[in-house]
Design a protein around this ligand. Structure first.
Ligand SMILES: Cc1ncc(COP(=O)(O)O)c(C=O)c1O
Length: 374
């Protein structure tokens, strides 16, 4: 991935749409962090971390929860807790777990992977999943030990995965094969589908979700699952050096994000979805902007704004890699940062730092950049 900003000839971006990870903590979060009551979390004695873990369990309908430093760490400790050494993970070919976590499943967890090509909804075709499960009686194949689903599924335009799909997956799989959801943006899925997170995760054995993306906390993710699973994940977190001490300073921001008052950031994601929709509508009218292809949308058509239901807009610029680079540079000169994926797509992600006026400025700047590079 090319994160786009920081080129020496580009100004510091004033409209940064590379990711929702660029969000800064709210004032309510900073106040809560300053006032946090803390203890040693490795001993289980940090009341703020304990309160956050309880809140995450309540929201997800899972028995237990664990605060971790990042989404990557959350997925890794989940893999370590589910998969024995030499086990195999079935996961979407374009998932963060397979593409963007430095092959930690292999380096740290000694697991292998079986990528399955996802459809335009970010779902794994059930027949292919079933064919990908190795016969436990055949010594040649690694024991299939986990199925990973990404919800929202970033590379399909961050589409939400429905509870109906999760139910069908659960019913199709052998009972003993667990499902882990990389729910980095599960609250976006919840808003888009108007469905509580606990319903989205009802058929998952475990999940990870991020506090540090659209929810705007500075650091941290949550892992949720059964008590026994979380006990194993907690041990795995210690093993990789993720046991933190007075972590309540960080957890306090997460508690604000997941709260039930007007300071909670879980309730405002709908604004990001509205901005993404506005952006997609504007870009789709511009000659030179085309469908992102891949699992985001069929190749060779116009960008379809109806595909955008959360906070990601993926698209391509006609004319190949040279024009794409020039287009991104032309935007950067206007103070706008987008991100280029290695497969030629461009990604724009809306978040708390972006309003509708800025989206209109991006649409205008895109028209200028397309003309300048035509
Ligand atoms: C779908 C998905 N999963 C996991 C992660 C990892 O989160 P982190 O950057 O906190 O490690 C990301 C980060 O962007 C993500 O988009």
């Amino acid at each position: 991935m090319n994160y786009g900003a920081g080129n020496s000839d580009s100004p510091t971006p004033v409209i940064d749409l590379r990711s929702d990870t660029v969000t800064h903590p709210t004032q309510a979060m900073l106040d809560a962090m300053a006032a946090a009551v803390v203890g040693d979390d490795v001993y289980g004695e940090d009341p703020t971390v304990n309160a956050l873990e309880l809140r995450a369990s309540e929201l997800t309908g899972k028995q237990s929860a664990l605060f971790v430093a990042s989404g990557t760490m959350g997925n890794l400790v989940s893999v370590m807790a589910h998969v024995p050494r030499g086990g195999e993970i079935i996961a979407p070919a374009q998932s963060h777990v397979l593409r963007d976590e430095a092959a930690n499943y292999s380096v740290v967890a000694s697991a292998g992977v079986r990528p399955v090509i996802e459809n335009h909804h970010g779902e794994l075709p059930l027949d292919v999943v079933l064919e990908s499960i190795n016969d436990p009686g055949d010594l040649h194949g690694a024991p299939t030990s986990l199925v990973v689903i990404e919800n929202c599924h970033a590379h399909s335009m961050s589409r939400p995965i429905t509870p109906a799909y999760m139910r069908a997956l659960r019913m199709a799989l052998p009972d003993e094969l667990p499902i882990h959801v990389d729910g980095a943006r599960i609250f976006n899925a919840s808003i888009a589908l108007d469905t509580p997170v606990r319903d989205l995760l009802a058929d998952a054995d475990s999940a990870m979700f991020c506090l540090s993306k659209g929810l705007s906390a500075p650091v941290g993710s949550m892992v949720v699952g059964s008590e026994q699973f979380i006990a194993r994940a907690r041990r795995a977190r210690k093993l990789i050096g993720g046991g933190m001490r007075q972590a309540g300073v960080l957890a306090a921001a997460g508690l604000v994000a997941l709260g039930d008052d007007e300071c909670a950031t879980i309730n405002r994601l709908v604004e990001d979805h509205r901005c993404a929709q506005l952006l997609a509508e504007g870009l789709s009218l511009q000659a030179g902007i085309v469908s992102p292809g891949g699992c985001a949308q069929a190749e060779g058509s116009d960008l379809d704004p109806a595909r955008v239901v959360t906070n990601f807009v993926l698209f391509k610029v006609e004319g190949g890699s040279a024009r794409r680079a020039a287009y991104l540079q032309a935007l950067a000169r206007q103070g706008i940062a987008l991100m280029a994926y290695d497969h030629g797509q461009i990604r724009a992600v809306t978040h708390r730092g972006i309003d509708e006026q800025q989206i209109r400025a991006v649409i205008d700047a895109s028209a200028v950049a397309l003309r300048a590079t035509a």
